[in-house]
Design a protein around this ligand. Structure first.
Ligand code: NAP
Length: 247
């Protein structure tokens, strides 16, 4: 087990990539607090699976865009897990539209949940990690942060902002043995991508050299790598998990 007795927070752990990350960390012996926003029932089902892994899995309702909620989540994790070794900033939303039609509210909502969310949880966690002189922060960005994408200016800006934030934070905390890295997933099968129609999915698939859509578990395994000692000398890096769609 690569993460035996480690303690982690995962934001947005109820579905898709976040849920796969919770299970993957737990399967490596890690205790996990994860947040949910609206899926209370799903969160309870995941909590109940803790027994299978012999670890603690606990959920807490929290809005990624709220700094108060981030502080509440970190306090909850410290009280219930007794420490914090790993932070995975996964929670994310999209509200796609062409710029001409994009409302100010939709721009703000996406930046606040996706980019400010990363600031909120990093800031709320960092004192603990600095005091213990160790920590692993993993931020979920996106391939579109590297390539751009029409109809997603708010989402792309938030995900590109996460890469800049990751590099700045990596430099600030490197001397404290805290690594900060990002993952840029490509097209991964989750609720977020299920909303695309068949024509959009086929168009996307035709661009992927590996000719298949990625699995949440393939992103989650990269999180484990970045959370474990296997990546001890990697910081400020962006790892693509995208089947070759962008190189
Ligand atoms: P998803 O299936 O739509 O799940 C989103 C998760 O985020 C859910 O757990 C949801 O909780 C939570 N969430 C939503 N709004 C929130 C808020 N305001 N505060 C806290 N939590 C919130 O998404 P996904 O596809 O797994 O994506 C996960 C991450 O990967 C996101 O950052 C996304 O941008 C990124 N990503 C995804 C893809 C892809 O192809 N799927 C590609 C690149 C990057 P509730 O269930 O409680 O609402």
């Amino acid at each position: 087990m690569k993460l035996k007795d480690k303690k982690a927070i995962v934001t947005g752990g109820t579905r898709g990539i976040g849920k796969a990350i919770v299970y993957e960390l737990a399967s490596e012996g890690c205790n996990v607090v994860f947040t949910f926003h609206s899926s209370h029932e799903a969160a309870k089902v995941i909590e109940a699976d803790a027994e299978k892994f012999g670890v603690k899995i606990l959920s807490i309702k929290a809005d990624a865009s709220s700094f108060k909620d981030a502080e509440k989540t970190v306090s909850f994790a410290l009280e219930n897990l007794g420490g914090l070794d790993i932070l995975v900033n996964n929670a994310g939303i999209n509200k796609d539209n062409l710029l001409l039609r994009m409302s100010e509210d939709d721009f703000d909502a996406v930046i606040n949940a996706n980019l400010k969310g990363v600031f909120n949880y990093t800031k709320a966690s960092i004192k603990q990690m600095m005091n213990q002189r160790s920590g692993k922060i993993i931020n979920i960005s996106s391939v579109v942060a590297l390539s751009g994408n029409a109809g997603q200016a708010n989402y792309v800006a938030s995900k590109a902002g996460i890469i800049g934030f990751t590099k700045a934070a990596a430099k600030e905390f490197a001397s404290r043995n805290i690594t900060v890295n990002a993952i840029a997933p490509g097209f991964i099968t989750t609720d977020m991508t299920d909303r695309l129609n068949e024509k959009q999915k086929e168009a996307m698939l035709s661009l992927i050299p590996m000719k298949r859509i990625g699995l949440p578990s393939e992103v989650a395994k990269t999180v484990t790598f970045l959370a474990s000692e296997d990546s001890s000398y990697i910081t400020g890096e962006v790892i693509s998990v995208n089947g070759g769609i962008y190189m």
